[in-house]
Write a protein that binds this ligand. Structure first.
Ligand SMILES: [Zn+2]
Length: 325
């Protein structure tokens, strides 16, 4: 318990005990049992006061009227948890703290300030390492280049989203039809089970016949219901992650334009892993499915470059043809 919390608890104790508040006690009761600090601590942690009872490690909904809201209770827990945390010494807020490892020896890369500039260097804690300092700005530029590899231009992203939405609508229509069909099959099955029972009651079929046919129908109905549940569950969900992904890739273009290094670093963490710095260069492994997008963008760049080259070649040829010798 921190000093501040202890002081707060003492104040609470003095105030409420002054009003004559007594602690709950098992029989035989003592009228003058005053609340202690630990009673107050127990009270603040007890969910009973927001309407829930804890028993044997489980929570049960109480029948009593809560005297505080759950929100207030949670807020108290938050505050006490924060205040109880031991304070760690403040570290300098370097941009890439703890993010990179050395590509040569695998040690962490640390940042330090020299003559007003931040430099990244290998901590060289495990083995001798030949890596030299690199300016933080140089790495920031490479972070941007990395993000660029998975960024989607708005026009391409919007086209992709439109296509995905179109497919989502088409799939939803197909699913609606399939769900309606399954529901009709379940209804038919139920009708057949009723009919079967009527036949049995009218003694049109034997008990053995009834049991065996009912068995088949009940199984059929369970199977149909299972399919129906699966359809309902997967409805729409399939396209949402893809749409979300394209939106994030589009967002990358805006991030690059904005040029906020903290935001770009956070985006880098989202798209990649195993960040290494060696020979003043940043190496990143793209996470799935960002790796696919990086490949797509690289193919696109190659294709565009080839097209530009072909165009230039044909222009030169045309110019050459039109020049009289
Ligand atoms: Zn190293």
């Amino acid at each position: 318990m921190t000093r501040r919390i202890a002081a707060c608890l003492v104040l609470i104790l003095l105030f409420f005990n002054g009003t004559g508040l007594c602690a709950f006690e098992l029989p035989p009761y003592r009228i003058d049992k005053r609340m202690s600090i630990s009673d107050y601590q127990w009270m603040f942690k007890n969910p009973f006061f927001h309407g829930v009872m804890a028993f044997n490690g489980e929570l049960y909904e109480g029948r009593h009227e809560p005297i505080i809201t759950k929100r207030l209770f949670d807020r108290v827990q938050e505050v006490t948890a924060q205040k109880s945390k031991p304070k760690t010494p403040q570290l300098k807020p370097y941009l890439y703290r703890g993010l990179f490892r050395c590509g040569e020896c695998g040690c962490f890369i640390t940042t330090e300030t020299q003559k007003g500039h931040n430099y990244l260097r290998c901590t060289k804690r495990l083995v001798p390492c030949t890596q030299k300092y690199v300016r933080e700005e140089a790495i920031a530029v490479q972070v941007d280049r990395t993000i660029e590899r998975v960024a989607l231009e708005s026009t391409i992203a919007d086209k992709m989203i439109r296509q995905l939405e179109k497919e989502r609508t088409a799939a939803a229509k197909g699913q609606e039809a399939a769900i309606a069909g399954l529901k009709a099959d379940v209804a038919t099955c139920e009708k057949q089970i009723d009919l079967l029972l009527d036949m049995r009651l009218n003694e049109q079929i034997s008990e053995t016949e009834y049991v065996s046919k009912k068995h088949i129908l009940v199984n059929q109905k369970a199977e149909l219901k299972g399919k129906l549940e699966a359809f309902e569950h997967n409805r729409q969900n399939r396209f949402e992650p893809a749409i979300q992904f394209v939106l994030e890739a589009k967002q990358a273009t805006f991030l690059l334009a904005e040029g906020n290094r903290e935001k770009n670093r956070d985006f880098l963490k989202k798209i990649g892993s195993n960040f290494q710095v060696a020979e003043k260069s940043l190496a990143v492994e793209f996470k799935y499915p960002w790796n696919l997008l990086a490949e797509f963008n690289s193919d696109l760049t190659t294709t565009n470059a080839r097209q530009r080259e072909n165009l230039q070649n044909s222009n030169w040829r045309r110019e050459g043809d039109s020049n009289p010798r």
